[in-house]
Design a protein. Structure first.
Length: 249
């Protein structure tokens, strides 16, 4: 019986070029050629590797981003997605401890320090009168050099007159409060809300405008129950997993 010749694939059954690129790059990641947090070759380099135009590469990378395999950083390139960082929310929320516990290196970048009048929300949270002076610390939190959150911390200026100087010197809320006489503080309450990133937030967090973010608001109190900090934090939704520990003392 004569052997049948191999069938030629029908055009409609062929895998799209961009899908082939996605499969190849996904395999590269799976085989460990590119590890968590590594930067992929540029679009131009990938286009040369696969013999296609940059538009085709861009489509392949977009498909991988939708699957959560990679993420783009504005002006920096495309990176292999890292596993989300577990970030416990409890009575003692300490950024450096949370990130270090997850095996990553914590860092903070000061964006702005100022003293101004409290708005109604801040005044209510800190048990102040609207218009009372507050110190405001705007910053960016990083883990292993990658932005994971924007934050704004607001403090009553009257009881912490030297706090901004301490924050600038120490770049740690816990250390700065201790230097100003607040040896310990705990979280009174935390609220978590899902949001979409604004253009400014996206720029700082190196995510796409409209990407999902998690906003937390919280009030910290000293051992006497006096409010000492009102904080708002905007976490990159794909980089952080907020966890609630009901057993925390």
């Amino acid at each position: 019986m004569p052997q049948s010749s191999p069938k030629t694939p029908l055009p409609g059954n062929r895998t799209a070029v961009w899908k082939s690129i996605t499969i190849s790059l996904t395999d590269d990641i799976g085989q460990g050629r590119y590890g968590s947090g590594d930067k992929l070759p540029s679009e131009a380099q990938l286009a040369a590797r696969f013999g296609v135009n940059r538009h085709t590469v861009r489509r392949a990378l977009a498909a991988m981003a939708e699957q959560g395999l990679v993420h783009a950083r504005r002006g920096s390139g495309v990176f292999v997605a890292a596993a989300p960082t577990d970030y416990p929310i409890g009575k003692r929320v300490r950024f450096h401890q949370n990130i270090t516990r997850g095996g990553q290196i914590p860092a903070k970048r000061i964006l702005a320090l100022e003293t101004r009048a409290a708005d109604k929300t801040e005044a209510a949270a800190l048990d102040l009168q609207a218009g009372d002076l507050v110190h405001v610390y705007d910053g960016l939190s990083l883990a292993n050099g990658q932005p994971i959150a924007l934050f704004q911390s607001v403090f009553p200026a009257q009881i912490l007159p030297d706090l901004l100087t301490s924050l600038e010197d120490l770049q740690s809320v816990t250390a700065a409060l201790k230097a100003c006489g607040i040896a310990d503080y705990t979280r009174l309450e935390t609220r978590i809300t899902a949001k979409l990133a604004t253009a400014t937030q996206a720029l700082h967090l190196q995510i796409a405008e409209g990407a999902p973010i998690l906003r937390t608001t919280g009030v910290n109190i000293d051992p006497n129950g006096r409010p000492v900090e009102f904080g708002r934090t905007w976490f990159a939704g794909d980089r952080v997993t907020l966890t609630i520990d009901g057993q925390e003392p």
